[in-house]
Design a protein. Sequence first.
Length: 113
Amino acid sequence: MKTLMNKMKKVLLSILKNIGLFFIMIYGFIYELLFKKNNKDIVNKKKNEILEKKENKVVKNINDNKSSDFKEPQTHIISDHIFNKTESELKKVIVKEYCEIFYVKENNIEKKR
């Protein structure tokens, strides 16, 4: 008798759980139908605001550049040990620098361990 009662309890609990999940699914469906349009409107408003801010910044930067004197673009400084080298010497320098960077990274990883 007790085993039969335990089985019935399990069956009833599983049925109640399934009914609960069913109602949650219905709630989700209704929520999407009612509020999805509002969410899309809110998202579109936010996107438009962000785009307007970006456009305003671009226009402001262009106006600032026009008003100030022309500035030459900044270039990267080339170190002396790379400037007047042949291609094979450059490859050696690049490999050497890469190996040093890799060695430092490996040592940092080992120290962290």
